[in-house]
Design a protein around this ligand. Structure first.
Ligand code: BYC
Ligand code: FE
Ligand code: FE
Length: 472
């Protein structure tokens, strides 16, 4: 990209980029590196094909979901903040009631940078994890959805890079470069958070990821959307509008796999769904167990001084803070959490301030449960006696209170030997993964679907299901 490119034209934005020469210069040097990253670590296939994509060109109702066919490298990664609210005040912590900050207070520079970098790191990580999936897309509409998620995660990276460059000077520019250098699953320079170094090898994993892991995004973005640092709050608020589609892709994706499994069970009068090329419900349950537990880890330790300090400082709130009816300081509030005590799980009251991570995880679990209930309804409506359950929060955890114990999905503590004996009753085994892998075939005829998944009920943006969402 030539240095003379008009960045305010190239990058749709509502941050007055045209008038900020310093920021433009910073973006001019980062943009070609981003494009290089996209080329090498973004979607491996179909970069030269027209994809029916939604692009945000402004934040109002008309502009944020603008549909058209374009090639992914021509997607306009914009920088948008949700509309500002006049006289907005800080909603929680020790600065509650004071005006929100339009700049970064010196004393909070380091923790804010850390939060923004951690958030920013997840976005390109997910694109890296998903980069080979188009090769096995079960239909054109699914392939399009994958690419939609990918370009928007790219835009979320831009959103965080904008904050780093506009508010954190040289440190911010260095962090922006590192965001393109760390790599999902890399031994030397891995992504920051655990789940973002896992593989997303097949479409079942992709749907689970967008259901469970993008939903962590919903809750983390929700807490940052409460931040006293207003540009961060408004960035995250706008990102949430895009996030809804990612979770929709996951939820409907799994629904369609469930639906197909049920059809096979009813048509063939058998529980042996695999014999007829479907995904059996027991394997789906194992995938749920894996992706749910790995995503739970993303909320950090239940007792966290980091989180308490973020909260007190006003950097990171609770989900929908303003709807909660307590003192929004939490020093004298209690909250019940599960702990391991002498080899047993017990519920104890803790200081609410010390356990804000756990509270957020509780909100997240309740939201996941609502999705699981909808899948269960699909199964029950078809008269099949089976239901999915979310595993206990102590199951298969790497972070926090339960990192050192072994627990069954029902929450019974067991020893390591028993865990090793039984873990593949609960988590996908190599054989399960190989089976799922064997189902993955690319389908590129408009309106046709791989046999392991039912068609969606509706198309994208009122287009027909057999619309050519990717022009091949
Ligand atoms: N893996 O007090 P602790 C999304 C570290 S997803 C590795 O327990 P804290 C998206 C932690 O960093 C949303 N390390 O936790 C979804 C800390 O390290 P240091 C992403 C972990 O700090 C799909 C130490 O353990 N956004 O947008 O309260 C596709 C002790 O920390 C993990 C955010 O996460 C882990 N799982 O909370 C695309 C929001 N968990 O400081 C995108 C920003 C903890 O001792 N991040 N550690 O070196 C945060 O708010 C916090 O960093 C966390 C951790 C909630 C992640
Ligand atoms: Fe994102
Ligand atoms: Fe997302």
């Amino acid at each position: 990209m030539a240095a003379s490119a008009d960045y305010s034209e190239l990058i749709p934005n509502n941050v007055n980029l045209a008038s900020d020469r310093r920021l433009q210069r910073a973006l001019e040097s980062w943009h070609p590196k981003f494009m290089q990253w996209w080329k090498v670590r973004g979607p491996e296939y179909f970069q030269d094909k027209d994809i029916y994509l939604r692009t945000a060109i402004s934040v109002d109702k008309k502009g944020w979901a603008h549909f058209g066919s374009l090639k992914m490298p021509d997607y306009r990664w914009g920088i948008f903040l949700a509309e500002s609210v006049a006289d907005k005040t800080i909603g929680f912590g020790e600065h509650r009631g004071q005006p929100v900050w339009q700049d970064v207070p010196g004393e909070y520079r380091a923790p804010l940078r850390r939060l923004i970098v951690t958030q920013g790191d997840t976005e390109p990580a997910s694109v890296e994890q998903q980069r080979l999936l188009a090769a096995t897309a079960p239909s054109l509409i699914d392939m399009r959805n994958l690419f939609q998620v990918n370009v928007e995660e790219g835009r979320h990276l831009w959103a965080m890079v904008y904050l780093l460059m506009a508010y954190f000077g040289r440190d911010g520019r260095e962090e922006a470069e590192q965001l393109l250098i760390r790599q999902s699953g890399d031994v030397d320079k891995p992504r920051i958070l655990g789940a973002f170094n896992e593989k997303t090898p097949d479409w079942l994993a992709f749907f689970m990821f967008t259901f469970f892991t993008d939903r962590d995004g919903k809750y983390q973005l929700g807490t940052l959307a409460e931040s006293a640092f207003d540009p961060l709050a408004r960035s995250c608020q706008f990102m949430l509008t895009e996030e809804a589609h990612h979770m929709y892709v996951g939820e409907t994706g799994i629904s369609r796999v469930v639906q197909r499994a049920c059809e096979i069970m009813l048509d063939k009068k058998t529980d042996d769904v695999r014999k007829h090329g479907g995904v059996d419900l027991a394997t789906l349950q194992k995938y749920i167990n894996f992706h749910f537990s790995v995503s739970e880890d993303l909320f950090g330790s239940e007792r966290s001084t980091n989180a308490a300090n973020y909260y007190t400082a006003g950097l990171k709130g609770r989900y929908q803070e303003s709807r909660l009816t307590d003192d929004h300081v939490l020093v004298n509030e209690a909250y019940s959490v599960t702990r391991v005590e002498s080899g047993k799980l017990v519920n104890v009251e803790e200081s609410a301030l010390g356990v804000v991570n756990e509270r957020l995880r509780d909100d997240y679990i309740a939201d996941c449960q609502r999705g699981v209930d909808r899948w269960n309804r699909l199964i029950a409506e078809r008269g099949i006696d089976f239901s999915f359950t979310l595993p206990h929060r102590a199951f298969h955890r790497q972070i926090g209170e339960f990192a050192d114990v072994f627990a069954t999905p029902q929450g019974q503590l067991i020893d390591e030997a028993e865990w090793n004996k039984r873990k593949h009753d609960w988590l996908p085994s190599e054989e399960d993964q190989a089976y799922i892998g064997s189902l993955m075939v690319q389908v590129t005829t408009p309106g046709e679907f791989a046999p392991w998944i039912a068609p969606p009920r509706i198309g994208i943006n009122d287009q027909a299901i057999d619309f050519a969402y990717v022009s091949i």
